[in-house]
Design a protein around this ligand. Structure first.
Ligand code: UDP
Length: 195
């Protein structure tokens, strides 16, 4: 990027970098406490983005995505998220596998909102050498039980939760910083996105 004179790097980060915290409302200024190798390497990616911006005079924006879903989402494999997986299970006539009691919550964020955040992040004027970290997620908590109910069909609770200590029980975004820095707010709510 430096050799080609790229001015702006937009890095796809993850809400998982903040990890284990006392509160479920995630802010960007919390000390990161990743609880998985995936989250740790996402945090390192942010640090590389910030370092390369400082060293080489480009500017970087790290967008911490929260549970992105929508068209072309993965429906199987290790990186499929729960909405894609449940839709595939339903299509194949399988029972939806809700882990634990299903009361875990996430800020499910529709892909078109995430795309718009990327475009805004690419275009925003920034000083050379600077690095912005922004939450890109909704402020609405939705449980796995609610996802399963919306997808519809038979549910099986997998107990104990196979995620064990890797599970984050409640998580939702504070997205005020993205609103201030980019004028970004999610526009597609869960019901519309699922439809
Ligand atoms: N989940 C579930 N059944 C599955 C897969 C996931 O109940 O077959 C739950 C999981 O325990 C978590 C939520 O769905 O609470 C979101 O999981 P996902 O992997 O989509 O995202 P992440 O945990 O990385 O936020």
């Amino acid at each position: 990027a430096r050799e080609l004179g790229v001015g702006r790097l937009v890095y796809s980060s993850s809400s998982s970098v903040v990890g284990d915290q006392d509160t479920h409302v995630v802010r960007e200024d919390m000390s990161p406490r990743p609880v998985s190798p995936y989250a740790l390497q996402k945090l390192m990616g942010e640090q590389y983005a910030g370092m390369f911006a400082r060293l080489f005079g480009l500017s970087a924006v790290s967008l911490r995505y929260f549970n992105v879903y929508g068209p072309r989402q993965l429906t199987e494999g290790a990186y499929a998220l729960v909405i894609g997986k449940f839709i595939r299970q339903k299509q194949q006539g399988e029972t939806l596998t809700v882990y634990g009691d299903g009361e875990q919550t996430r800020a499910y964020t529709y892909v078109s909102d995430v795309v718009r955040a990327n475009v805004l992040a690419a275009q925003r004027p920034l000083e050379p050498g600077s690095h912005l970290v922004l939450n890109i997620g909704t402020t609405v908590e939705t449980s796995v039980n609610a996802v399963a109910a919306r997808v519809g069909g038979d549910v099986r609770h997998v107990i104990p939760n196979p995620r064990g200590h890797l599970e984050e029980l409640r998580k939702v975004a504070d997205n005020a910083k993205a609103a201030e820095a980019l004028g970004w707010r999610p526009e597609v709510d869960f019901e519309e996105g699922m439809r």
